[in-house]
Design a protein. Structure first.
Length: 367
C-alpha cells in the first residue's frame, strides 16, 4: 500500500499549521503496508538431494502450500479450480535457494505473487492477499484441573500449546496478536467464556484492541492425555464455532487452524481484478495532531480491500481521503461502519470530494 501527499491543503488552525509539513514526511514512511502477511508467497520444502527431479517435486509441493494460504484450502486442491495451476508449477517460480532446516536439506521457493493473483482471478477464485490485519487470539487451557488464559509467552505444557498454535498460524500466513491479559482482560474473559463460546463477552473484551477478526480457542487435556478444543471466530457481526478432538495436540490444533483460516479467507477474500479502479472518498474529523493522522492512515491501510490511501485535503481537524479498493465499496464501507475507532457522522448529502467523487462516509477518529 502507499499513501499520497495532500494535493492542496487548506489553511490550518494556528496550533496545527505544522501538520501538513510533517504529513509530507510521514507519508513517505507509510509507503509499505503495516499488515502484510510475511512470506505469503514463500515456502520451504525439505528434500533428500539437490537433483532436478527432487527440486521439481518440491516446486509443486511449495506452490500448493502457497495457493492454499491464498484461497484458504490447505489440503486437497485437486478438485479446486486453483489446482489447475499446479500442472505448470515452474511457471510461477521466481527464485529458489537451498538451506538447512534442523540439520536437514531444504529448498526455499519464492513464487510470483502478482502472476498467481492474476491467474486465480481469471478463474474467478477469491484470494486473501498479503495485507492482512492482525488477528486477536484468546487462548484458554484446562490442564490437570488448572485453568488459565495464555498470552504470548508461557512455559511447560502451556508453552507447547502456544508454540503449536503459533506454528500452525504461521504456516497459513495468519498474523496473530495477543491480548495483554491485564486485570481488565481477566475480569472480562475466563476459561468458561471461551470454552462455552460466549461471544458477547469476547466481543466486549476485544473492543479495546480494534482487531477486524477475533479468534478464541479453549483447549482441555483429559487424564488420558487426549486433547479437545473449542474454537470461536468473530468477524463483524458474524460468529462461527466448531470443535476438534479428541486427539494429540498437534492434530487437534492443525484441524482447528484449518477451519479458522478457511473461515477468515471466506470473509476477507476477493476475486483479483474484480474491483480494480473502484474507490471511496471519506472524511475524517478529530485529526488534531500528526499522531492522529498517522494512526488513522495506518488503520485504513489495514482494512481489507483497501489497496491505497490518498490524502486529498487537510482543513483544520478534518482530513478528506480517497481509498483505492480491491474489494467492493459496499463491503469496505460495512467494515468502516463497524470499526471501533471510527464513529460515523452526518454528511451533507450533496458534498463532493476533492477527487471529484461524492463523499459517501464521514467519521470521527476515536483511537
Amino acid at each position: 500500500m502507499s499513501t499520497a501527499a495532500p494535493s492542496a491543503p487548506d489553511r490550518l488552525h494556528p496550533r496545527r499549521r505544522a501538520l501538513p509539513v510533517v504529513v509530507l514526511a510521514a507519508c513517505a514512511l507509510l509507503g509499505v503496508g503495516t499488515a502484510a502477511a510475511s512470506d505469503l508467497y514463500t515456502a520451504e520444502v525439505r528434500v533428500d538431494s539437490r537433483q532436478d527431479a527432487e527440486r521439481e517435486a518440491a516446486v509443486e509441493a511449495g506452490l500448493e502450500r502457497v495457493i492454499g494460504r491464498m484461497v484458504g484450502v490447505y489440503h486437497g486442491l485437486e478438485d479446486h479450480p486453483a489446482g489447475e495451476l499446479l500442472d505448470d508449477a515452474e511457471r510461477y517460480l521466481e527464485s529458489y535457494r537451498y538451506l538447512r532446516l534442523d540439520d536437514e536439506l531444504a529448498v526455499e521457493l519464492r513464487y510470483e505473487g502478482g502472476v498467481l493473483r492474476r491467474h486465480l482471478g481469471e478463474r474467478d477464485v477469491a484470494v486473501w492477499g498479503e495485507h492482512r490485519a492482525p488477528i486477536l487470539l484468546w487462548v484458554a487451557t484446562e490442564i490437570d484441573g488448572r485453568r488459565d488464559l495464555l498470552g504470548f509467552a508461557a512455559a511447560g505444557t502451556e508453552g507447547e500449546v502456544l508454540e503449536t498454535l503459533h506454528d500452525g498460524a504461521e504456516q497459513r500466513a495468519l498474523p496473530l496478536m495477543y491480548p495483554t491479559l491485564d486485570l481488565r482482560d481477566r475480569q472480562a474473559v475466563g476459561f468458561v467464556d471461551i470454552w462455552g463460546g460466549f461471544d458477547e463477552s469476547l466481543r466486549e473484551a476485544s473492543q479495546r484492541y480494534g482487531s477486524a477478526a477475533v479468534v478464541a480457542v479453549g483447549l482441555r487435556k483429559a487424564g488420558t492425555g487426549a486433547w479437545r478444543a473449542r474454537w470461536t471466530v468473530l468477524t463483524g457481526e458474524d460468529a462461527l464455532q466448531h470443535h476438534t478432538g479428541p486427539g494429540e495436540l498437534e492434530r487437534v490444533v492443525t484441524e482447528g487452524i484449518d477451519e479458522v483460516g478457511g473461515a477468515l479467507t471466506r470473509r476477507f477474500a476477493v476475486v483479483p481484478g474484480e474491483h480494480d479502479g473502484q474507490q471511496l472518498e471519506i472524511a475524517l474529523t478529530g485529526i488534531d495532531a500528526v499522531e492522529d493522522y498517522l494512526g488513522a492512515v495506518r488503520y485504513l491501510e489495514e482494512v481489507t480491500g483497501v489497496e491505497q490511501v490518498d490524502v486529498q485535503r487537510i482543513a483544520g481537524e478534518r482530513v478528506t481521503l480517497r481509498l483505492l479498493l480491491a474489494r467492493s465499496p459496499e463491503r469496505v464501507a460495512e467494515d468502516l461502519d463497524d470499526a471501533e475507532t471510527l464513529w460515523p457522522e452526518a454528511l451533507p448529502a450533496a458534498e463532493v470530494g476533492p477527487g471529484g467523487g461524492q463523499l459517501t462516509r464521514s467519521y470521527r477518529w476515536q483511537p
